[in-house]
Design a protein around this ligand. Structure first.
Ligand code: PGA
Length: 251
């Protein structure tokens, strides 16, 4: 049995004060929920405050991206070492908005995974096809090429700390959700490719989350799918009640 992960991606929302107000409502609402791993990805300016506030609770937090270098002349960037130093445990990599607007590629994601492992940060790597790719019938090819670029050459040893979020780009922030069949099929493709690349132990233990317009009214159905090991939630994670309802929908 793989422990599921329920993660909120706050994108470019919430000041530190707003983040703390969220936690004032969210932490008591999910206290005692140990069946799943609970995770938040706040913006960099809120991350320190969030990490302090969640100390000793069942909620963990990480950054929405990072640079692969340890340090250097990279204006505007944050390194894995810096994230680790403030107590972050996780980092989201390869989100489609980073790919679309910040020129993130799976070659850079590959370097970032290695940098995260070096300091003991747990990467969550996003993959997923565009609407055009789904309509052209190349969803599988797209996923395989993303996984190949991100993971080829990684050692199977560290991979227990890595999770994958399958996020069909056409479902992000659009109100469209992959059907249970579409999600199960894509997750199956990903898990099968992990089996080919790294063997049964990695493929059977790695958590593959679904993301894309997850809401309190569809979370239970998605979480019940055998191939879905958790959820990465954007819009619906901004409201503590709605995220806590999603967490509770799993019980
Ligand atoms: P959404 O975002 O839940 O608002 O669709 C998901 C994501 O971008 O991770």
């Amino acid at each position: 049995m793989r422990t599921k992960i329920i993660a909120g991606n706050w994108k470019m929302y919430k000041t530190p004060a707003e983040s703390l107000a969220f936690l004032d409502a969210y932490l008591p609402a999910v206290a005692g929920h140990t069946a799943d791993e609970l995770l938040l990805f706040p913006s960099d300016t809120s991350l320190s405050a969030v990490l302090k506030k969640i100390e000793g609770t069942n909620v963990h937090a990480g950054a929405q991206t990072m640079h692969w270098a340890k340090e250097g002349a990279y204006t505007g960037q944050t390194s894995a070492t810096m994230l680790k130093a403030i107590g972050a445990t996780h980092v989201l990599l390869g989100h489609s908005e980073q790919r679309a607007y910040q020129n993130e590629t799976y070659e850079s994601v590959h370097l970032k995974i290695k940098a995260a492992f070096e300091v003991g940060l747990k990467p969550m790597v996003c993959v997923g096809e565009l609407l055009d790719e789904r309509q052209a019938g190349v969803t599988k090819d797209t996923l395989l090429s993303q996984l190949g670029a991100a993971f080829t050459g990684l050692s199977a040893e560290n991979l227990g700390d890595l999770s994958i979020a399958y996020e069909p780009v056409w479902a992000i922030g659009t109100g469209l959700t992959a059907s249970p069949e579409q999600a199960n099929e894509a997750h199956g493709i990903i898990r099968n490719e992990l089996r080919v690349m790294f063997g049964d132990a990695v493929a059977d233990s790695m958590r593959i989350l679904y993301g894309g317009s997850v809401k309190p009214n569809n979370s239970a159905t998605l979480l019940a799918l055998p191939e879905v090991d958790g959820l990465l939630i954007g819009g619906a994670s901004l409201d503590p009640k709605s995220l806590a309802t999603i967490v509770a929908s799993r019980l």
